[in-house]
Design a protein around this ligand. Structure first.
Ligand SMILES: NC(=O)c1ccc[n+]([C@@H]2O[C@H](COP(=O)([O-])OP(=O)(O)OC[C@H]3O[C@@H](n4cnc5c(N)ncnc54)[C@H](OP(=O)(O)O)[C@@H]3O)[C@@H](O)[C@H]2O)c1
Length: 276
């Protein structure tokens, strides 16, 4: 779809990738419904965008919603439908990094509800509206870690593998109907999502990081070209393919990641430099 023809419901709008995505989409003519949890942050962000990009105020609206509250998702879907949404970008997400035994039950639940269940339930609530349109797109912002299981990311990978499976299955279920489901897999990106422990792990493993604007540009391209999946970065793109074909081939290449996770000195093995 041409960005200028889109009315985009953007979750995670107040985060690093969300803010870059909002900029990129608005610059290409889209109208946005921004979603985050803080009314103050959303209202300040909207005012700032209108002022900085010299927009008509009706190009942006916002809704403060905690996406882990299932009862709020139906209300959000109804509001987005009456606003005329035709593109949904499930971008809100929450991290979980560390040895699996250190991730407590509450964090696991938060990760699964935010990264997986919320996009599924919101998509379902929006489908009656989306299927009435000539064309609609649902973009799930997953991760390269929706294709590559990486030490330190067991719970996060579970959520993003789940999201990718959801997107793939629903795309096939909906076939040639008006609703097209897409999956974007960024690699590690410079945002507040990554704490100091992740930055140290990335440094120790030689993991490259992108800027949020690169992810936003890929998102805009996906909305335009309607591709089913897009993964960012090298060697992540290769690892995604290899892992899809013969996952056991990669099992032996994560020594450096295990060492970094355990706080040990990285080994000098020529490991695959996988990342988020
Ligand atoms: N950064 C990376 O390295 C990286 C790499 C690959 C994929 N990703 C994915 O990219 C997406 C965006 O990441 P980011 O780096 O921009 O993260 P971020 O800067 O931490 O922003 C996270 C966004 O999600 C929202 N959010 C979190 N929990 C929520 C909840 N319960 N209800 C409503 N909104 C909630 C936050 O809103 P509040 O203002 O309410 O906090 C914020 O807008 C995520 O899905 C992430 O998994 C990130």
């Amino acid at each position: 779809m041409r960005p200028a023809d889109t009315r985009v419901l953007l979750t995670g709008a107040t985060g690093g990738i969300g803010r870059a995505a909002a900029d990129a989409l608005l610059e290409r003519g889209a109208s946005l419904m921004l979603v985050g949890r803080s009314p103050a942050t959303l209202s300040e962000m909207s005012r700032g965008l209108v002022h900085r990009l010299q927009l008509a105020p009706d190009r942006i609206t916002w809704k403060a919603v905690d996406l882990t509250q299932p009862q709020r998702l139906g209300v959000l879907a109804a509001e987005a439908a009456s606003w005329g949404v035709n593109v949904v970008v499930h971008n809100a997400g929450t991290p979980a990094f560390g040895a699996f035994e250190s991730i407590d039950a509450a964090r696991m639940q938060q990760v699964m509800q935010t990264n997986l269940l919320a996009p599924m339930l919101l998509t379902q609530a929006l489908m009656p509206h989306l299927r009435t349109l000539p064309k609609a797109q649902v973009v799930c912002v997953g991760s390269a870690l929706g294709r590559i299981g990486l030490p330190g990311y067991s719970a996060y990978c579970a959520s993003k593998f789940g999201l990718r499976g959801f997107a793939e299955a629903l795309r096939r279920e909906l076939g040639r109907g008006p609703i097209h489901i897409q999956y974007l897999g960024p690699r590690s990106t410079h945002t507040a999502f990554n704490n100091d422990a992740v930055l140290a792990y990335n440094l120790a493993t030689g993991t490259s990081m992108d800027e949020p604007a690169a992810v936003a540009a890929a998102l805009v391209r996906m909305i335009e070209d309607e591709s089913a999946e897009c993964f960012l970065g090298w060697p992540e793109k290769l690892a995604v393919r290899l892992n899809g074909l013969v996952p056991s081939l990669l099992d032996g290449v994560f020594t450096r990641h295990r060492d970094a996770l355990a706080g040990e000195a990285p080994t000098v093995n020529p490991d695959f430099r996988g990342s988020r």
